[in-house]
Design a binder for this molecule. Structure first.
Ligand SMILES: Cc1ncc(COP(=O)(O)O)c(C=O)c1O
Length: 458
């Protein structure tokens, strides 16, 4: 035990008891206790959130995280929660997955470091770049790949967060635009209404913020998801001034709207016709589908693919941008994070990808099963549920109005089911779940039965 943990004896005792409760008890027993206070876990010492920024202090300290295992976690108030959101949408395999923890323990014992300088990337960082290219181009010979103009064959690793990865993609698009269309008077970026590509200035500009600080040369257009006509009008209006079209396959920040193949294929045709780039932000969707990258379901190849969040399954952030080699224009310090060139997170990413590859059938079965359960629920409550959104384990239940969605959310939290809700903008009324891939059919059944009970009370 290190010094800090030695002095925090009360905390250690509490975490140990909480972990032991989560590990020793079978899933059915845990499900039977969801929403209850586990009294034989000693209370942890009190801490304060008063030094945080105001917007961060949302709930009582009693609801803050103490310990987690799989899809369950226990709060400082010792209440047992079922987490239907995989942490903050990033813990692909839930809390402390046994095989990932085993690998991590072995790697730490072996002395593999969390981080090192980007000039000396190490075996696993290189291996991860190779693996990402391989997933994008299954079965292709590597010597041909490097010279293929039309495939995703270049990887920019060494960035920690998704926001930096998205802004990196934007820089690649700007450089390509400057090279290809040096005389154009404006540079147009198109994205979807309700998008979320992170917290960087340019990415926030994509969703309408900071207009006052950008030059008129940069034009940002918003299009309604799946509206091919509106997209066509924007392409007709700006033509070759368009630099790029950004999209997320499932818009987890706008009620889990799923983009249709028809829309994405039309967008691919439009972008190609004016030499604009298609940029797919898979920070939410990567690692949650049997194909690993969801763009593959749409039968297109984007120019730039952005990965993050679930890539390392919640162990130290690591993001990546995978793109066509002709776009490779950034110098070393144009886009890196000091904490991003990471041998151990790269190893965790490789293990996470490996787990997906070994569980394709199971992931497919669970995703279909959950989607069908939600569809049946929608049929049972047509007066309350408007639609089932999203795809597979990334899903949304769109309720009839904002008030009903907020009530549904509040009741779920009271009963110990942790989920998200989009009901803060006009017209938004969706409860969101993104189960970790380690979820079982029993847990899905339990969740749906609790949803049913709660819906009956609304
Ligand atoms: C689609 C999408 N893009 C980008 C980001 C930003 O990633 P990060 O929070 O790691 O900066 C997020 C985060 O939620 C996201 O969902």
């Amino acid at each position: 035990m290190n010094h800090l943990l030695e002095t925090e004896k009360k905390l250690v005792k509490s975490i140990r008891a909480a972990n032991s409760f989560l590990i020793k008890n079978k899933e059915t027993l845990l499900l039977g206790n969801v929403g209850k206070i586990i009294k034989n876990i000693p209370s942890p010492p009190k801490t304060t959130k008063k030094w945080f920024q105001k917007s961060y202090v949302l709930g009582s300290e009693q609801n803050d995280f103490l310990a987690g295992k799989g899809v369950f976690y226990i709060t400082e108030g010792r209440k047992l929660f079922l987490d239907t959101t995989a942490g903050h949408y990033q813990m692909t395999w839930g809390y402390n997955h046994p095989s990932l923890m085993k690998c991590l323990d072995e790697a730490i014992k072996l002395g593999i470091p969390w981080d090192c300088h980007s000039n000396i990337p190490g075996f696993f960082v290189k291996k991860l770049s190779e693996k990402l290219v391989e997933i994008c181009n299954p079965g292709c010979q590597s010597q041909n790949l490097l010279h293929d103009e039309n495939c995703l064959n270049t990887v920019l690793l060494g960035i920690a967060t998704g926001s930096v990865a998205c802004s990196t993609a934007m820089k690649l698009a700007l450089n390509y635009f400057k090279k290809q269309k040096p005389h154009n008077k404006k540079i147009v970026f198109i994205s979807l209404r309700g998008n979320y590509h992170g917290t960087d200035f340019l990415m926030q500009r994509l969703r309408g913020m900071w207009n006052e600080i950008f030059s008129e040369k940069l034009v940002f257009e918003l299009v309604e998801p799946n509206d091919i006509e509106e997209l066509k009008k924007i392409f007709d209006k700006h033509g070759k001034d368009i630099a790029a079209f950004f999209f997320e396959p499932v818009m987890m920040n706008r009620e889990a709207i799923l983009l249709t193949g028809e829309f994405i294929q039309a967008a691919r045709r439009f972008t190609e016709s004016v030499d604009a780039l298609m940029i797919v932000d898979e920070i939410q969707t990567c690692c949650w589908y049997p194909e690993i990258f969801m763009y593959k379901q749409f039968d297109i190849t984007p120019d730039i693919l952005i990965l993050g969040k679930g890539l390392t399954a919640g162990f130290h952030p690591l993001s990546a941008v995978v793109y066509k080699r002709k776009l490779d224009s950034l110098k070393q310090y144009d886009a890196i994070s000091t904490n991003g060139n990471a041998p151990l997170p790269s190893l965790m990413a490789l293990c996470c990808l490996n787990l997906i590859e070994n569980n394709v059938k199971r992931i497919e079965m669970l995703a279909n099963y959950y989607e069908n359960c939600l569809k049946n629920l929608a049929c049972e409550f047509p007066h309350l549920i408007v639609s089932v959104q999203g795809k597979g384990l990334l899903s949304g239940l769109k309720l009839k109005n904002q008030q009903t969605a907020l009530k549904f959310h509040q009741k779920c939290i009271e009963k110990g089911i942790w989920l998200r809700v989009h009901a803060y903008y006009e017209g938004h009324s969706t409860a969101l779940t993104k189960f970790a891939l380690s979820v079982s059919k029993n847990v899905l059944d339990y969740t749906v039965s609790m949803f049913r009970k709660i819906l009956k009370t609304l």
